[in-house]
Design a protein around this ligand. Structure first.
Ligand code: PRX
Length: 635
């Protein structure tokens, strides 16, 4: 069972502040009247999803929309499809053939444009290349790449032939990468020699080489060689050049007809205990869910240029850079640029230059810009923006106001979207045209039954807090945790009958939902998930550490930061140097996002009588608040 914390009291000052978007948004949006659409969905959920799925191309029609055998769902039963036919071939066969699918901007200013035709051609060649080196349907392929178009090409090529991709964010360190490769038993790792950040080349390949030392499943490394002089050397037979593989692949690669329930990809996310979980998504439902939300939540129109600042290494990039927008047939802008390099105006300059219409980013970025000041965005013409989005962590009212006024110019609706790696698609938001309430994400989108409940699953009254749950299945829901179905069931059994998201939330008097934060031992830092268990195990893998506990502390920019409490092994003395060593060690093992900002050397950690670390007590002590019930504390 997942451990969920006790219910909590909320003292919510109900601020009745709303921003009402211009009437034209509701009149012209795909969603139209939110409530009417929601009621249509409730009246007949199968018909609702059926009609959306009918907008896409299928090889074989489904016999039934949903087979729900709690907690297992089958969506679009017995249907056959290939998601890349919908991302690419469908558009190539239409007026969109010459439309820009991807516009990429590299850090050095290089721009590359892929039309739908060009993208399809490259995906086909690369897919054939993968086949030639022995990748077939069902094989797992790990993709560990920087934000370059080849990353999306590699993902789509896997999907074309039915191989299951497992993208690992290129900021992860060697131990984290090794764990993900070995858990998935990946046959191939696709990577690049370097990634470029703030003008510096970061050697990815050295991390990969360390990570595959103890990964016997790996048969080949495919390397995108970005550095020309001198190009990285390749180990014959084992290492293959990305473009050579592509050149050797033929020009014909019919899309594999996948069962709707065949896996499309897996993506690791942190758990509150143990190692990260390989969240498994399937072809049919994920396609329908990401298509529907891309179209309706972002209200994507034919001529829009859309920019999501996430990295495809996270679920946001999977669903809202690669799959969803391409299924809709949109033009997607991708940039390798960090938000403040070469200067903090770069993102706004890109919006001006590219005439971006829809912009999707994270609260941590918004708060960073707030700190940098309004002068930067004010230098640029942001009038092309129509809708601005947020994802990954709570968009606090101050950040909402700033985003709304300074970036959206009091004109653009904000879609603050709540969802998760596990949900695959956006679930709760304020749909375009609806009144927005700072601090509140909004309500379940048509198709999603979201609620806030107490420990027993009873709906809390309006104006109170509890656990965020989803009551009914949705198409893009994950189907299992790779090789660990028990962990999948926990999501549905923690509070019987519903999907427990692991977040604490408040239901406002108007039914709008405010997400407060995690209810478990996951820390969200700059919108990225890290389990306390992962940080602790990285720390104890250092020879000087006997025991460690990690907690999240509120941070004005990042949402949270990590503080670690460390008990040293006999013979090691606390020092500033050792703190630095430990930070470096965590950076190398998991990656920069998991590095504790503070480390305290302690003699003892608060534990339950059964020996579990009570992080709650550490956190309360840190924050100077009452630790609550400590009757289980050891002493
Ligand atoms: O705590 C919630 C937070 O991010 C968690 C999911 O993280 P991950 O699987 O990495 O996916 C992030 C991108 C979809 C959630 O359990 N979260 C995500 N979006 C929001 C949010 N918290 C508040 N408001 C949001 N809009």
């Amino acid at each position: 069972m997942h451990e969920i914390k006790e219910s909590f009291d909320v003292k919510l000052a109900e601020d009745e502040k709303y921003y009402v978007p211009d009437e034209k948004y509701r009149r012209t949006s795909w969603i139209g009247d939110y409530q009417r659409r929601y009621d249509e969905f409730l009246a007949d959920p199968d018909a609702f999803w059926n009609d959306i799925a009918e907008e896409l191309d299928w090889v074989r029609h489904w016999d039934r929309v949903l087979e729900w055998n709690y907690p297992y769902a089958k969506w679009f039963v017995n249907a056959r499809l290939n998601i890349t036919s919908n991302c690419l071939d469908r558009h190539v066969a239409s007026d969109r053939r010459n439309k820009a699918a991807l516009i990429w901007r590299g850090e050095d200013g290089t721009e590359r444009v892929y039309t739908y035709q060009k993208l399809l051609t490259e995906v086909i060649h690369f897919a054939n290349g993968l086949k030639k080196v022995g990748v077939s349907k069902g094989d797992r392929v790990c993709i560990y790449m920087p934000m370059v178009p080849e990353q999306a090409i590699a993902m789509l090529a896997c999907a074309r032939i039915g191989a299951v991709h497992s993208v690992v964010f290129a900021g992860f360190g060697e131990t984290a990468l090794n764990m993900r490769i070995t858990d998935a038993q990946a046959k191939i790792v696709i990577t690049a020699d370097i990634s470029i950040r703030r003008g510096k080349a970061i050697p990815l390949i050295t991390i990969v080489k360390e990570a595959i030392l103890n990964a016997p499943s790996v048969e080949h490394l495919v390397i995108l060689r970005r550095r020309r002089e001198p190009p990285v050397e390749m180990r014959p037979d084992f290492e293959l050049d990305f473009y050579e593989l592509m050149r050797n692949g033929g020009a014909d690669c019919p899309p594999e007809a996948m069962d709707a329930e065949d896996p499309l990809f897996m993506l690791y996310t942190s758990g509150s205990t143990g190692t990260p979980k390989g969240v498994v998504h399937t072809c049919g439902g994920y396609m329908v869910g990401t298509y529907y939300t891309s179209k309706y939540v972002f209200d994507l129109k034919e001529n829009d240029i859309y920019w999501c600042t996430a990295d495809p290494g996270w679920i946001t990039g999977h669903s809202y850079i690669v799959y969803g927008p391409l299924i809709v047939g949109a033009t997607v802008f991708i940039s390798e640029m960090t938000l403040d390099y070469p200067d903090p105006g770069i993102w706004w300059r890109l919006i001006e230059e590219q005439r971006i219409n829809i912009f999707y980013t994270a609260p941590t970025a918004i708060r960073t810009f707030m700190k940098l000041g309004e002068a930067w965005p004010e230098k640029y013409d942001l009038s092309s923006l129509r809708i601005i989005g947020s994802v990954g962590e709570p968009l606090n009212p101050e950040a909402f106001e700033w985003y709304y006024h300074v970036i959206g110019k009091d004109r653009c609706p904000i879609v603050d979207t709540w969802w998760q790696t596990e949900t695959g698609m956006q679930m709760i938001t304020t749909m375009v045209g609806e009144p927005m309430r700072p601090g509140f994400v909004g309500k379940g989108i048509p198709g999603v039954v979201a609620d806030v409940v107490d420990k027993d699953g009873a709906s809390v009254p309006l104006g109170s807090g509890g656990f965020l749950v989803i009551r009914t299945p949705w198409p893009a829901m994950f189907r299992t945790i790779y090789n660990n179905d028990e962990r999948y069931r926990q999501y549905w059994e923690t509070i019987p009958g519903v999907y427990t998201a692991g977040d604490l939330a408040v239901k406002g008097t108007d039914g709008y939902i405010m997400v407060i934060g995690r209810s478990d031992d996951i820390i969200i830092i700059s919108g990225h998930n890290i389990g306390t268990a992962e940080v602790e195990s990285a720390l104890v893998s250092h020879q000087a550490v006997a025991e460690a506990a990690a907690i999240g502390k509120p941070d004005p920019l990042k949402g949270n930061s990590i503080k670690a409490f460390v008990i040293l092994r006999v013979g090691n003395a606390p020092s500033e140097k050792l703190k630095k060593d430990l930070m470096y060690h965590v950076r190398m093992t998991i990656g920069p996002i998991a590095v504790p900002q503070e480390i305290a050397f302690v003699e003892k950690l608060p534990k339950t009588r059964s020996g579990k670390i009570m992080r709650r007590v550490l956190k309360a002590q840190e924050m100077g608040v009452d630790p609550g019930d400590i009757s289980t504390l050891e002493e």
